[in-house]
Write a protein that binds this ligand. Structure first.
Ligand code: ATR
Length: 276
């Protein structure tokens, strides 16, 4: 019998997840169907319950429900605990297990697809919202030299570092919270934009000389060239959008549900072709 999965979000019509999972299923000969479900803001728990009662095997959760998902599951994996958010739920043995695959998706895209190593590098993470929470610990697990977190509201960057230091696993001194104004004169090997500024055509004020030679500038947004990506390109950095991360986080969800690893590079190429 065909197993069913879905992504639940608001909005969700633009989601590429059904196409990605259909491609994974085709590649790996898995008998699944994957749909997108629009959910009213106050109906997340009921929507999940309905899908589950109808025989669904699992869901992906996207904005704005990732924290609510974190609250309603019975079990949280380590990455979901760190991230304060769940993007993947598996329904199994009458329980709901919550995972977060966003951070590992980013790390795999940077390392495997973009061929950029993280160990020993200096990283700048811009933003201290949900997107930054989701990726910080998987980045730290790669043992960068240091991660500087900058945010317009400094207090939120400080809360983010405190959260990770409290949860354990973070070597003291490996992360610091700073305001944008403090960045002058430093160079970074990898700069990650986890702010939502690009979605409204904005970017934080950044110094021109912040990219080390060969630096990677990564914007988690996909489907558009953000002002940050334009800025980074103009200042000599290699630029990437978040499409690879999207596909990699989906692949990890697929693996959690199906215990099979799809070929992500093929799907990234396919989506880029469709976009271009
Ligand atoms: P998400 O869950 O996508 O991370 P969020 O929790 O609303 O969304 O966080 C958005 C992040 O983008 C925040 O770090 C926000 O900075 P503030 O905490 O200071 O609000 C950042 N952000 C949004 N617009 C920005 C802009 N124009 N310049 C700089 N940072 C911006």
């Amino acid at each position: 019998m065909t197993d069913s999965y879905a992504v639940i979000g608001n909005p969700v019509a633009h989601s590429k997840s059904p196409q990605i999972h259909a491609e994974f299923a085709r590649q790996t000969a898995q008998d699944i169907v994957y749909t997108a479900i629009f959910c009213e803001i106050d109906a997340f728990q009921a929507t999940v319950a309905r899908f589950r009662e109808a025989g669904g095997k699992g869901v992906n959760v996207t904005l704005p429900f990732k924290h609510e998902a974190w609250n309603i599951v019975n079990h949280l994996d380590r990455r979901a605990i760190d991230a304060n958010a769940v993007n993947t739920i598996e329904f199994k043995d009458g329980q709901m297990a919550g995972y977060n695959t966003d951070g590992i998706g980013l790390v795999r895209d940077i390392k495997d697809n973009l061929q950029c190593f993280i160990k020993g590098r200096r990283i700048l993470l811009m933003g201290a919202g949900g997107a930054a929470y989701g990726v910080l610990n998987p980045l730290l697990e790669e043992q960068p030299e240091h991660v500087v977190i900058v945010n317009r509201t400094l207090e939120k960057a400080q809360q983010l570092t405190a959260h990770f230091e409290k949860n354990g696993g973070v070597a003291t001194g490996s992360i610091s919270a700073r305001p944008y104004g403090s960045l002058g004169g430093e160079r970074f090997d990898i700069v990650i934009n986890a702010t939502s500024a690009g979605l409204v055509g904005a970017m934080p004020a950044l110094p021109n000389d912040m990219f080390a030679p060969g630096a990677l500038a990564y914007d988690m947004v996909y489907g558009t060239t953000t002002p940050f990506m334009q800025f980074a390109q103009a200042h000599g950095a290699k630029v990437a959008d978040g499409l690879g991360m999207l596909v990699e986080q989906a692949a990890e969800s697929f693996y959690i549900w199906r215990k099979v690893r799809p070929q992500t590079a093929l799907v990234i190429t396919l989506l880029r072709g469709a976009a271009g």
